[in-house]
Ligand binder design. Sequence first.
Ligand code: TYM
Length: 337
Amino acid sequence: MQRPRVLSGVQPTGALHLGNWLGAIRNWVDLQNSHETYVCVVDLHAITVPHDPARLAEETLSTAALYLACGMDPERCCIFVQSQVSAHSELCWLLNCITPLNWLERMIQFKEKASKQGDNVSVGLLDYPVLMAADILLYDADLVPVGEDQKQHLELARDIAQQRINARFGSEENPVLKVPAPLITKEGARVMSLCDGRSKMSKSDPNDASRITLLDPPELITKKIKRAKTDPQMGLQFDNPERPEADNLLGIYSILSGRGREAAALECADMGWGTFKPLLADATVSALEPIQHRYAQLMDNRDELAKVLREGRDRAEDTAQTTLKRVRQALGFLATN
Ligand code: TYM
């Protein structure tokens, strides 16, 4: 019996942060034991906003190394680079031609990112969710583990598969594409900025102090946590809408310390910020230490990394081509032989 499939990815745009790890990658690590798991570095997505060609390749490698350092195991999952499997771009084009423009124009992330770019909004930025749908649909993914901010993109991928492809070009007994489901776990799905508990931790925030990256050295982590925004109340607690910073930092602590929500809430219920912050800093440093150690080893031995990505590409290519062929047939293209 084939195991259910998982596909996910992260953009190689600067160092990954706690949000990427806790919201997405951490869940992939568990899923690879029970699911046929594909994870890609989505470098084609990284060029939808202005990018630096001198850094793209290095950041692609570095992101792949972080997948491995966080516990993705090439023996149990397929790790590859999106642009190296050309079926992603090809399916994206096919889906472009059947996706209504107004579905894309209402995407929240497009509106947010476009508003920051003035006159310089690329067609690629608008098309970002269609490429993401292609990534997912090519692998017949059952589950897509992502953070909360990707929910709308996942709904779009489902609508494209169901309403635009299966309903028009398939039949109920014989659907062309698998309709994927999002996997958004409550814990870690929305890690917030250290400077403002009401806005998301994000790679594009111009303020470095707003996020902890997986490669920040211990002193920097401690400094960022020390300066993180607090409120005047004693005691940490969850779910108080007046205290988003308390909710966020306690949430991070509950995961990184391994305590879980209930025990962490009990432990910190009467704690002042001055006691809590060093505790959080220690938990963060200890959680990241093994990842940083493994990352350094991998970046020192690029041959191993290159081999993982080569083998990943070959496997991904096989699966992706099978789906692409099915879609080409359903849409009526002349067969190649
Ligand atoms: P990216 O690189 O922006 O984010 C990668 C993953 O990290 C999650 N994430 C967060 N989770 C919790 N709290 C945060 N503050 C936080 N910030 C980011 C994101 O939800 C995501 O899961 N569009 C995708 C990349 C992509 C993709 C795909 C994902 C391209 N194709 C196919 C899944 C399947 C993205 O957001 O990348």
